[in-house]
Design a protein. Structure first.
Length: 77
């Protein structure tokens, strides 16, 4: 049997929460058994279980950041 290691994110990391439909969130903290994540564009934090968190691949991270910058630019105009 192989061992399964959980991904351990750091505060500020951008991660996916497989239990939530949001594309990704920023790790804001860790309390008890849960991580607190906030949507990339800001908003209400949610609790995520450690087993549901996974890193966002670099190419997907670039795409998410570009989409967020575009969204902010459209709001400012």
């Amino acid at each position: 049997m192989g061992s399964h290691r959980l991904y351990v994110p750091r505060i500020g990391d951008i991660v996916k929460d497989s239990a939530k439909k949001a594309p990704a969130g920023t790790v804001m903290g860790h309390e008890g058994p849960y991580y607190q994540l906030r949507p990339l564009g800001g908003g209400k934090e949610w609790d995520a279980r450690p087993e549901d968190i996974e890193p966002v691949p670099q190419i997907e991270l670039l795409s998410l950041r570009a989409a967020e910058a575009t969204r902010r630019g459209l709001q400012d105009s």
